[in-house]
Structures are given as structure tokens and as C-alpha cells.
Design a protein around this ligand. Structure first.
Ligand SMILES: Cc1cc2nc3c(=O)[nH]c(=O)nc-3n(C[C@H](O)[C@H](O)[C@H](O)COP(=O)(O)O)c2cc1C
Length: 739
């Protein structure tokens, strides 16, 4: 029997998926039979005695596995026979991805590792943990390198590989290269020092990170007011490069596997795309079981925008917009706390200059074909389908993020200027790791790269082969399904970031991909960028339901203590929770609450509390409209109960007044902390925290402090942490944390 490699991944936003796809490509390229699949599809994989399983899994939510790995994770951790017998005694390696700023760093990878050891699987490569906050790229590169070595050795020691046909004309790279006095190697084993970047972002300023690890705070008048996308010349450590005589660990050039043929008679064109429903090229898939349209990331639902409302004042630091969508036809029974994904197209402001820079006519058509289909798992477009270049860049290719190192390596090949070439090699070497990380933290786009390396003229095929697909953005629903289950509302902050042009030192503002697009499109729905259905004069956006939603109310929520803590748009799911309760209290009929809940309600006194933080009551308090509404007590004769909607509503304003600044400050005030401590110790208490990672950390510390600060039964710090951990395991302490 021959060696077989299974590459199984769990990825929420595409990072782990990209790594898995690249590993698959590299192995196939070495004639090693490798199969790639999402962890949830593990049953489709072949597991033999000669199989090595490589698992690449990221972390989402509050230490949770990504949606596409949750079934595998649950099956394995609960010790399901089926999965355990498949993996028992088999060789494996794990790469975890996470962010050490979070409480549960790489938890799914760690849990899987432990479980595999428990069932006597055989670890053949040290588990590695790529850390977003530190050194993700280097850890990943080293792990991948080790995996490849192991696979190579395994095939040497008798686990012969089946031969596959992807590699007949592989252009093998020479290990050592001499270029203008610099020696370039890709075979040594040096792992360089890592420079930790603090990702904490003070939310009141526009930030950019133009020096390694140093955020630059800019006042509005220092930022250029560009109407167009102005690419910037990126800066990196040229001084370091000038001292280097040998570039080590340069990423190997990936092979080319696509053929692009012209399809110039395409009937589609930009103007055609404009009048169509979104993503016209994605086939609608029918679920064979029930003939119901299954909407997903690859097959989004076109949701009609019913209303938009700016929730912040003109002088607020951030603009927050609330949108309501019609989801009739989506067939989604959502609950309070659920989230959904939006797929935004790239902005014309970036697409059109990029096409120009690449010398491509937006309306020309192309078709991608290959003889090496196995290498195409991560391709942004569908093989053999015709697209215009405009469509490909507009809807599919991720042009916003910094190209992967392997992509930069390919770009180096198309530079005519030796300095450009050298600098790109540097960025893909071990010595250039911190410069690369810095470019990544600056959100450098493909256009910025091409602007910086002016002599680089890559063909379209090189761009397509090395690009990833635009990834969706997720938003919490703020409406309650009780009000109208065919509507969903959500809110978002319009996100901007700042880039500095190293040529003239000027600062330029960039818009976040999705929120920038939504904001512009909702304000000016006739612009080129927009998905407007001109026939019925509606604006539609592509959405799909998030499959796994854990941030939900417990069963019989009226009889539970519900403590909600959030800041800014982190209040979204809480609006949904509280409105759900209010509507139930106002309109609920006899059958709307269970008999069990009625009994519990009579026995227990349940308290719902919201701690909310904003900057200013006037400028950006997102729950202004609910302030009086939620302080009511409601009697519902049908259900036979009288209850306040909220027992406590605390709002802190960080930029106003002399009171407590942040939510955690008000939580630890004696009048709140004593009450919270009592509730924390009750079995029917559920805590929900929603916001960015820095806020969630602050709240966690506040809860820990509350448990410690008492004369009676005070806990030590360790005991308090353990207590919160237990609550978290029991799903009574739930956090929806944004990365
Ligand atoms: C919403 C969100 C929640 C996250 N939660 C955690 C976490 O609890 N623990 C952790 O170690 N990393 C966490 N991360 C970091 C991701 O695991 C990390 O960014 C990873 O590279 C993402 O990989 P993916 O794109 O394949 O999902 C979180 C990231 C996001 C965006």
C-alpha cells in the first residue's frame, strides 16, 4: 500500500484554508498523493495504515472551532467511535491558528491534539501554533517545511507514493542562486527572531501601522481627501536588506498550472453585470433532499435593502449605520443572536486602476483551463467558465490583502529592475519576515505592491494562480425574529484605515472592503459599484446564513438571569435578545412560553441586565431609542406574568461626564458588583459579552475581580479564573469576540 496524505482543515475566514490548499498543491507537485478537505467532510477521506493526517485548524468565537470543522470536533472530542476508529493509531500532525490575545489560544487545535494522543494516534510532527498577534507566517512556514520533510522521508523509507500526473513539467528551482551579489537560498533551517506586534487598537482614532509594531495616530486634517484610490509606495527595512549578503529561506516559487485563453466575444460586459442580480456567474445549487435552495458563501442570497439609518451624529468619531434586509425566500429560521455573512465586491476605485496597471481591458473575456485540476482547489474563479477581467477582479479575486509570500516570489520573476526583484526576494526570505509582517499590518493591497515595485509586470495568469478569493464578512443580527421573521436588521461601523506613502509622507484613507462598500452603495445607489436591480429599483446585497451560531439565548430565557455586556456595535445581538423578550411580554399568547418555563418563572426571580458602553450619549449611543422602552414593566394577561423588560440598564460614556468611563468600570462599582457576584453564583445565570478582543479581556478581568472582591467566600485569582472557565464550559459565559 502506498503513502497517502489527508490534509483536513477548519477555517472561518480562509487563512487555514489557504495554508491547506498551498500544502496540497506543494505535495501534489512533488508527486505525493494528497487530498484536501474540510474537517466536517472527514468521513469522505480514506484512512489506511499508510495515511498521514495533517490537520490545520483555526480558532473562532471564544476558543471555538470554525463552522466547517464543528462536526468533526464534536465527534472527536465526545469520543464518537466512528471517528476514533478512523484516526486510532494513524500518524498525524496539527497546525493550530489563533491569536494569543484571546483567552483560549488555539483551543480547537490543542483539544484535538490531546484527544488524538488519548486514542493512540501517532504524532509525527510537533504541533505548531501560528499566532496572529506575533509570528503566524514564520510558524506556518516552519511547520509546513517540516511536514514536507517528513513526507519526503516517509516515501523514502518504503511508503512509496502513488504517482500522479501533475508534475511532468515542473520547473524545479535551484536551491542556491546568485543575484547581484546576493546569494539566495531556500534550504536552510533558520528560524528568525520574532517581533511581537500589539494589535490593540484604541478605537477612538484612525490608526495605521507604518513602523513595525508602532501605530501612528493621525488627526483628520493630516489625511489626504482622495476621491480616487491612491496607491502608496510601501516602506520596509531597506537598511537591513543593504547589509545582507545571503537571503535565507526564500519561499520556493510555486508552479504555474493554468492556461488562460481569450474569450473576447463574451456577451457579458460591465454594463451587463451592472443590471444583473449579484454574482451572476455563481450557479444556484439545489439541495437534492428537499429541493430547497441552499444559500451559502458560494451561492449567496440576494437580499433586498428595505431601509438604512445612520445611528450616529455627524460629529461622531465613527459612523454607524443600521440596515434592514428583506430575506423572504431565504428559508432561514433565525434566532436572536444569529449572524450572517455578506460578500462584498471590490471597489471600482481599486479594480479599474488595477486593470489599467496590469494592461487588461475590463471588457475582454477569458477562460481558465488546466490539465492539473487537483491544483485548483483555491482558485477564485470556476475553471472553464468565461469571465470578463472586470468581473474576475470585481467579484472574485481578493485584491485588498497583501499577497502571500509565494505570490510575491512569483511577482519577483516579473520585475525588470534588479532592485525591485531583490526587494521582493527579501520580503519572502526569513530576514524579511518582520518587513513582510509590517506590510501585512498596513493592509497593503496588490495595487500598492505593484505601485511600489514599478518594474513588475506580471501576466494575468500569475495573478489568478496565486490569488485567493474575497472572503465574506459576518454581522450579528440586531432584530428579533418575533417581530418579522422575514426581516433582518444589522448595524456596522464604517471602517477606515490609514496608509502612508513613503514617497511623500502623505497619509491616505482607505475604506474597509465590506463596510466601505455598504456605506457608499447605500448612500449613492446609482454608482458603478452597486448591485442595483434597475428593473425593480431595488438595491440588493449578497448574503448567506452563518451555519453555526452559539451566541444564543438559553431555553426558557424568561426564567434565566441574563447579563449582557457590550460596547459600540457589540450591542447588536443584545438588541435582538431584549426585543425578543419585549415582544414576547407584549404580544405573547398562551402557547408562546412552555409550561416548564411558567413553573420556573413562578419559582425563580430572573433578572435581565444590560451594561453598554459608548463614547457619547448624544453622538453614538446606539440604544437611544430603546432607553425608555426597555425600562418598562409589562403585564401580559395571556401568559399571566408581570415583568420588567430589563432590571438594570447601565450606559457608560467614555468621552462624556465624570462617571465611570467603560462598562467594566461600572460593573465593579459596589452597587453592581455585589449584585453581579450573587448572580454569577446562581445556576440559572447566563453571561453574554460582545465586542472587540480588548474590551472582552477587560470585561473578563472585571468578572474575575468581582468574584475576588468580597469578604465572604472571596475567591483567589486562580479560583476566579477557574470559575469563569467552568461557566464557559457550561455555555453560561458566552463571548462573541471580534478579531
Ligand atoms: C471573530 C474572531 C474570533 C477569534 N477567536 C479566537 C480565539 O478565541 N482564540 C484564538 O486563539 N484565536 C482567535 N481568533 C484568531 C483566529 O483564529 C486567527 O485570526 C486565524 O488566523 C484565523 O484563521 P481562519 O481565517 O482560517 O479562520 C479569532 C479571530 C476572529 C476574527
Amino acid at each position: 500500500m502506498s503513502l497517502r496524505i489527508n490534509i483536513l482543515y477548519g477555517s472561518q475566514n480562509g487563512t487555514a484554508r489557504n495554508i491547506a490548499e498551498t500544502l496540497e498543491k506543494d505535495l501534489l507537485n512533488e508527486n505525493v498523493p494528497a487530498s484536501l478537505m474540510e474537517l466536517n467532510n472527514y468521513k469522505k477521506a480514506q484512512f489506511t495504515d499508510k495515511t498521514i493526517n495533517f490537520i490545520i485548524i483555526s480558532t473562532t468565537g471564544d476558543g471555538e472551532p470554525p463552522d466547517n470543522s464543528i462536526d468533526f470536533y464534536n465527534d472527536l472530542i465526545s469520543g464518537k467511535k466512528e471517528v476514533c476508529s478512523l484516526l486510532k493509531n494513524k500518524k498525524y500532525g496539527i497546525l493550530g491558528l489563533g491569536d494569543s490575545y484571546f483567552t483560549y489560544f488555539c483551543k480547537p487545535a490543542k483539544d484535538i491534539d490531546l484527544k488524538l494522543q488519548e486514542i493512540s494516534s501517532v504524532k509525527i510532527v510537533e504541533t505548531a501554533y501560528g499566532d496572529d498577534a506575533k509570528n503566524l507566517d514564520e510558524i506556518v512556514e516552519n511547520w509546513v517545511k517540516e511536514v514536507k520533510n517528513i513526507v519526503k522521508n516517509s516515501s523514502k523509507i518504503g511508503l512509496e507514493t502513488d504517482s500522479i500526473s501533475t508534475n511532468s513539467s515542473v520547473e524545479e528551482e535551484k536551491i542556491t542562486n546568485i543575484m547581484e551579489g546576493i546569494e539566495i537560498t531556500n534550504d536552510d533551517n533558520i528560524s528568525e527572531s520574532t517581533n511581537s506586534i500589539d494589535y490593540f487598537s484604541e478605537d477612538s482614532y484612525t490608526l495605521s501601522s507604518n513602523d513595525v509594531g508602532e501605530y501612528v495616530i493621525k488627526a483628520e486634517n493630516e489625511i489626504e481627501n482622495d476621491l480616487e484610490y491612491v496607491p502608496v509606495k510601501l516602506s520596509f527595512d531597506k537598511e537591513l536588506l543593504s547589509q545582507i549578503t545571503q537571503l535565507k529561506h526564500v519561499i520556493k516559487k510555486p508552479i504555474s498550472y493554468l492556461t488562460i485563453t481569450s474569450a473576447s466575444n463574451l456577451y457579458r460586459s460591465i454594463s451587463y453585470s451592472k443590471s444583473q442580480q449579484i454574482f451572476p456567474l455563481i450557479p444556484k445549487k439545489l439541495n437534492s433532499d428537499n429541493n430547497i435552495l441552499q444559500y451559502s458563501e458560494n451561492n449567496p442570497f440576494s437580499a433586498k435593502v428595505l431601509s438604512t439609518q445612520c445611528l450616529t451624529s455627524k460629529d461622531a468619531l465613527k459612523k454607524t449605520v443600521q440596515v434592514t434586509l428583506d430575506i423572504t425566500g431565504l428559508n432561514w429560521k433565525y434566532q436572536s443572536g444569529y449572524a450572517f455573512g455578506i460578500i462584498a465586491p471590490n471597489s471600482d476605485k481599486m479594480v479599474l486602476p488595477l486593470l489599467k496597471r496590469l494592461g487588461l481591458d475590463p471588457e475582454d473575456g477569458f477562460r481558465a483551463t488546466t490539465t492539473k485540476e487537483a491544483l485548483c482547489s483555491g482558485l477564485p474563479v470556476i475553471l472553464n467558465k468565461c469571465y470578463t477581467y472586470y468581473e474576475a477582479f470585481k467579484y472574485f479575486i481578493n485584491i485588498n490583502a497583501i499577497p502571500k509570500k509565494a505570490f510575491l516570489r512569483v511577482l519577483a520573476e516579473y520585475c525588470t529592475d534588479i532592485e525591485d526583484k531583490k526587494q521582493l526576494y527579501f520580503l519572502c526570505s526569513s530576514q524579511g519576515a518582520s518587513s513582510y509582517r509590517n506590510l501585512k499590518a498596513q493592509y497593503a493591497s496588490l495595487l500598492d505592491i505593484l505601485y511600489t515595485f514599478k518594474s513588475c509586470h506580471p501576466p494575468f495568469v500569475a495573478i489568478l494562480e496565486n490569488s485567493t478569493r474575497i472572503s465574506p464578512r459576518y454581522y450579528s443580527i440586531s432584530s428579533s425574529p418575533l417581530q418579522n421573521s422575514n426581516l433582518i436588521s444589522f448595524m456596522f461601523n464604517v471602517h477606515h484605515y490609514i496608509m502612508q506613502n513613503s514617497e511623500d509622507g502623505k497619509y491616505h484613507q482607505r475604506d474597509g472592503l465590506c463596510t466601505g462598500w455598504l456605506d457608499e452603495m447605500l448612500e449613492y445607489p446609482i454608482i458603478q459599484d452597486c448591485i442595483v436591480n434597475f428593473r425593480c429599483k431595488s438595491v440588493n446585497i449578497p448574503i448567506f446564513p452563518k451555519i453555526v451560531n452559539t451566541f444564543v439565548l438559553p431555553p426558557n430565557p424568561l426564567s434565566k438571569n441574563i447579563i449582557m455586556v457590550g460596547a459600540g456595535t457589540g450591542v447588536s445581538p443584545f438588541i435582538s435578545f431584549i426585543e425578543y423578550k419585549r415582544q414576547l411580554l407584549e404580544d405573547g399568547q398562551k402557547g408562546d412560553i412552555s409550561e416548564e418555563e411558567r413553573v420556573k418563572l413562578a419559582e425563580a426571580s430572573a433578572s435581565w441586565q444590560l451594561f453598554y458602553g459608548c463614547r457619547s450619549n448624544r453622538k453614538d449611543c446606539l440604544i437611544k431609542d430603546y432607553n425608555t422602552l426597555w425600562r418598562q414593566t409589562i403585564t401580559n394577561k395571556n401568559i399571566g406574568i408581570t415583568m420588567p423588560i430589563l432590571d438594570r440598564l447601565e450606559i457608560t460614556t467614555s468621552r462624556e461626564g465624570n462617571g465611570p468611563k467603560y462598562v467594566q468600570d461600572i460593573m465593579i462599582k459596589p452597587e453592581n458588583s455585589n449584585n453581579l457576584r450573587t448572580l454569577l453564583k446562581k445556576r440559572n445565570t447566563y453571561i453574554y459579552v460582545c465586542g472587540n478582543k480588548a474590551m472582552c479581556k477587560g470585561i473578563h478581568e472585571a468578572f474575575s475581580m468581582i468574584l475576588q472582591q468580597t469578604t465572604e467566600e472571596a475567591m483567589s485569582n486562580i479560583e476566579a479564573q477557574e470559575y469563569l472557565e467552568i461557566l464557559s464550559k457550561e455555555k453560561r459565559y458566552l463571548r462573541d469576540i471580534w478579531g
